[in-house]
Design a protein around this ligand. Structure first.
Ligand code: AMP
Ligand code: MG
Length: 406
C-alpha cells in the first residue's frame, strides 16, 4: 500500500504540470463569467491607483500651516468626485472636496466636515478637533499600486475578490482554461436517488450529488451518469461511455474487497492502467486511480470508496489537485497548524487519518464527534479536517496538528 504523498505524486505526474496550456485548451470568457475559472493570461495594472491625489473624506482641502495655526480659510469652490478642481490652494484658502474627488494642487490636508465650522464662506477648525500631521485624509497617486505592475499570473484561480481588480483595470474579457469535463458515476445495488423513498435496506445516493458540487466548486464541468448496478456488464457500458465523453471520470463505490465490488476487474477489462488501488489514508483506503488511453489522449479515472466522508476527503485531496493541474492551476488547499484542544489517541497508526474539526474560541483544534466514514453529518459544522500523520498513535493536548480548511 502506498502513502498519501506517493499517491498524490502519481496523480500529478500522470497529468504533468504546465502553467501555460496550449491554445486549444483555453477560451475567452466575459468578466461576469470569469469567477471560478483559471487564468491563462497575465493581468496588469493600466494606470496608477489611485490615479490622482484623492480625498479619503468629505472635507476641506487646505494647507497644513493654516490648520496648525488655527487660521480661518476662505472657501474657493466645491469639488465633487469626477470633476477637476479649478483653483490651487494657497495659505488662507480652502476648497470643499467630496470623498473620491481629486484634491486641488497645493492642498496638504483634508479637514473632515465633522471637524469644521463654516460661516459666511469662511472655514474654521472646530474647537474639539486635533490635527494629526500624518493623517492627511489624502490618498496619494499610485500609493496602492503603480501602472504596468503584474497583479495575477497564469494559473491563478479567480475568486470574487479578484473581480473588482479586473474591472478596475479595464478587463472585460479574460483568457481562461477550458473547464475539464468530469463524468460522475455512483455504483451500488442498494442506492436510490434522493427523490425516491428508500426501502428498509436501501440508502439514498448522496455521494453522486456531493461529487457534482465538488466538481463545480473546483472549476470543472460535471456530467452525471446516474446510479449503476453492481453488474459487470452495466458497469462496463457506463464506464466506457463516461471515459469516451470526459477528461476525468469519478466513480464512487464498488472499489473495496466485497463480493460485488467489481470496479477494478471491469476497469482492467477495459484496458484502464490502474496506477494504485490502495492508499494508506483513513478514511479512503480503497481509493483507486487509473489512466485510459483514448487514441493518444489520456483519460483519468478515480474510483472513490462509497462512504460519503471518504469520497469527500479523497476528492479534495486527490481529484481536486488533478483538476487544478489539468487547468494549469496550482493546488491550493489552505492548511494551518493549530494546537489540539484535547489529547488524542487511536488504536492503529498504519494510515494517515483525517478527522472533522472545528476551531474553538481560543483558536485551538477541537475534534468533532465522528463515528467514521459513513458519518457525513459530522462535516456539518466542521471548519476543516485535522490530519494525523502515519505512525502517530497519540497526541498530547496543545500538540500542533495540521488542519486542511474546507
Ligand atoms: P462500497 O464502497 O461500495 O463498498 O460502499 C461502502 C459504503 O458506502 C456502503 O455502506 C454503501 O452503501 C455506501 N455507499 C456507496 N455508494 C454510496 C453513495 N453513492 N451514496 C451514499 N452512500 C454510498
Ligand atoms: Mg457498493
Amino acid at each position: 500500500m502506498i502513502t498519501f504523498e506517493q499517491a498524490l505524486q502519481v496523480v500529478l505526474d500522470a497529468v504533468g504540470k504546465k502553467a501555460d496550456l496550449p491554445k486549444e485548451r483555453c477560451e475567452y470568457v466575459s468578466l461576469e463569467d470569469s469567477c471560478g475559472r483559471v487564468l491563462q493570461q497575465v493581468v496588469k495594472t493600466d494606470r496608477d491607483t489611485p490615479p490622482f491625489h484623492k480625498s479619503a473624506m468629505d472635507g476641506y482641502a487646505c494647507t497644513y500651516a493654516d490648520l496648525e495655526q488655527g487660521r480661518p480659510m476662505r472657501l474657493l469652490e466645491v469639488v465633487p468626485a469626477g470633476t477637476t478642481p479649478k483653483y490651487q490652494i494657497t495659505g488662507g484658502c480652502c476648497s470643499k472636496v467630496m470623498t473620491g474627488a481629486m484634491v486641488p494642487q497645493g492642498a496638504e490636508y483634508v479637514l473632515m466636515v465633522e471637524d469644521a465650522i463654516v460661516e459666511d464662506n469662511t472655514v474654521c477648525t472646530a474647537p474639539h478637533c486635533r490635527i494629526a500631521p500624518h493623517k492627511t485624509n489624502i490618498c496619494l497617486r499610485g500609493e496602492d499600486v503603480q501602472a504596468g505592475v503584474p497583479l495575477l499570473n497564469l494559473g491563478a484561480f479567480l475568486k470574487p475578490q479578484h473581480i473588482a481588480m479586473l474591472a478596475a483595470y479595464g478587463y472585460t474579457e479574460l483568457c481562461v482554461a477550458i473547464k475539464p469535463k468530469v463524468g460522475i458515476i455512483s455504483t451500488g445495488d442498494e442506492l436510490v436517488e434522493p427523490s425516491v423513498t428508500p426501502s428498509d435496506v436501501q440508502i439514498r445516493n448522496s455521494n453522486g450529488w456531493q461529487l457534482l458540487a465538488q466538481v463545480s466548486r473546483a472549476g470543472a464541468s460535471p456530467s452525471y451518469y446516474g446510479i449503476v448496478q453492481d453488474k459487470a456488464q452495466a458497469l462496463r457500458a457506463a464506464l466506457m461511455q463516461a471515459l469516451k465523453e470526459n477528461a476525468v471520470v469519478v466513480l464512487s463505490g464498488g472499489v473495496s474487497m466485497g463480493d460485488f465490488d467489481m470496479v477494478p476487474e471491469v476497469l482492467k477489462s477495459l484496458g484502464v492502467n490502474i496506477l494504485f488501488d490502495r492508499v494508506a489514508v483513513q478514511p479512503g483506503k480503497p481509493t483507486l486511480f487509473g489512466v485510459w488511453n483514448n487514441g493518444g489522449d489520456s483519460r483519468y479515472l478515480f474510483g472513490l470508496p462509497g462512504n460519503p466522508v471518504s469520497s469527500f476527503i479523497q476528492f479534495e485531496l486527490m481529484v481536486r489537485p488533478l483538476l487544478m493541474s489539468l487547468m494549469g492551476a496550482f493546488p491550493q488547499a489552505i492548511t494551518l497548524r493549530l494546537p489540539l484542544s484535547h489529547p488524542y489517541r487511536r488504536k492503529s497508526a498504519e494510515r494517515m487519518a483525517h478527522l472533522p474539526m472545528e476551531i474553538d474560541e481560543s483558536g485551538r483544534c477541537n475534534l468533532l464527534n465522528y463515528n467514521g466514514s459513513g458519518h457525513i453529518t459530522a462535516l456539518n459544522t466542521a471548519h476543516g479536517m485535522a490530519r494525523i500523520p502515519l505512525g502517530v498513535l497519540e497526541l498530547q493536548e496543545d500538540a500542533a496538528v495540521e488542519v486542511i480548511l474546507l
